[in-house]
Design a protein around this ligand. Structure first.
Ligand code: ZN
Length: 265
């Protein structure tokens, strides 16, 4: 099966990046060990992604980040929650990601993965569900996908359906938020980046997907959305909610495009 999801990530891939899969880092200070698996560890986000309509934020963004490119990354997270678990699957080998090297560097065998939670259906998050031959990479995993997110992409990008269809139907759970997740994971709707974008709470951690693309700017100014956010106002609200939740409940927040170990600092 030849999957062409390049269109989905064309803009992401167009940004400057060094395609190298280097040693992921861990978060020893949290109650579970969350390991960032990088497709691209040095994946800078250009300032102009954050200028906004009519370049409203141009001078602010440029003053906060004179280098012109905000440090970021691309990847997913591995956690052992009693059973080996992934949060998203990254870009994957088929689309030029370095996830295989990251898995190998951490001695993680794809067949050992039992559960995968999906934050949203952009290619840099679900492309890695497939091997380079287009077959399911994590054949023993149950995959949990927010139904509202999956439904949104149906009819827009056939590739999204093709990716999940590579798994046995009984292994893919298109869930509603009223359903209880396995492994004591809590799904929290955080729409904006995409309509069904979802964060996952794991103990004192919040794995928050693409709530932020440019930490250097957006932590200080959560009102500034990224060009990749489909609904920029909603994304800004979600970002503020996540930051408040983190403060109120003393959570460590992770993001798939935050630099280094993916922790919000
Ligand atoms: Zn992403």
């Amino acid at each position: 099966m030849k999957i062409q999801i390049a269109a989905l990530v064309a803009t992401l891939m167009a940004t400057s990046c060094a395609n190298k899969a280097t040693q992921p880092t861990t978060a020893a200070e949290t109650d579970v060990k969350i390991i960032a698996l990088h497709d691209k560890q040095s994946h800078a986000m250009p300032n102009n992604l954050f200028y906004g309509q009519d370049s409203t934020y141009k001078s602010l963004v440029d003053s906060l980040n004179p280098s012109g490119a905000i440090p970021a990354s691309m990847g997913c997270f591995y956690v052992n929650l009693g059973e080996p678990t992934l949060f998203d699957a990254g870009l994957g080998a088929m689309l030029g990601g370095g996830i295989d090297s990251a898995l190998a560097a951490n001695n993680i065998n794809a067949d050992s993965i039992r559960t995968i939670f999906i934050t949203h259906c952009h290619a840099d998050h679900i492309g890695g569900l497939l091997n380079a031959d287009g077959k399911a990479k994590y054949a023993n995993a149950d995959v949990w996908v927010p139904k509202v997110e999956y439904d949104y992409w149906l009819g827009k990008y056939d590739q999204v359906k093709q990716i999940f269809d590579a798994y046995k139907p009984e292994k893919v759970h298109y869930y509603n938020y009223s359903e209880q997740m396995p492994l004591n994971v809590v799904a929290i709707p955080t729409p904006g980046h995409t309509p069904g974008h979802t964060a996952y709470r794991v103990g004192k951690n919040l794995i928050a997907g693409d709530f932020m693309h440019g930490m250097l700017v957006q932590k200080q100014h959560p009102e500034i959305s990224c060009q990749y956010d489909e609904n920029k106002q909603q994304a800004a609200e979600a970002r503020k909610d996540i930051l408040k939740m983190a403060t109120d409940s003393s959570l460590t927040v992770y993001g798939m495009h935050l630099p280094d170990d993916g922790i919000l600092r």
